[in-house]
Design a protein around this ligand. Structure first.
Ligand SMILES: [Zn+2]
Length: 83
């Protein structure tokens, strides 16, 4: 199911990434619309460090160990990993 943040549709790449993370035990702890006009959103997810490798997801770039961005909107997904 397509997610929405404050009435704004979340794009497929971010949606797919969050689906993958949720299937691996991560939970959304924060979400906000950072730019209404550009449909830019921010998500923070919390979970255990049980992801060996994030699979390739079209238009998703891994920016750092726990930060991902989509190339279509520069939306951010940040991970809060419990070590
Ligand atoms: Zn996007």
């Amino acid at each position: 199911m397509r997610r929405k943040v404050e009435g704004c549709q979340v794009c497929d790449p971010i949606n797919n990434l969050i689906d993958y993370l949720e299937n691996n035990g991560f939970k959304i702890i924060k979400s906000k619309l950072t730019d209404y006009h550009f449909h830019e959103v921010y998500f923070k997810l919390s979970g255990e460090n049980n992801i060996i490798e994030i699979p390739y997801i079209k238009k998703i770039k891994r920016h750092s160990e726990n930060e991902f961005i989509c190339e279509c909107h520069w939306s951010i997904v940040e991970l809060d990993i419990n070590k």
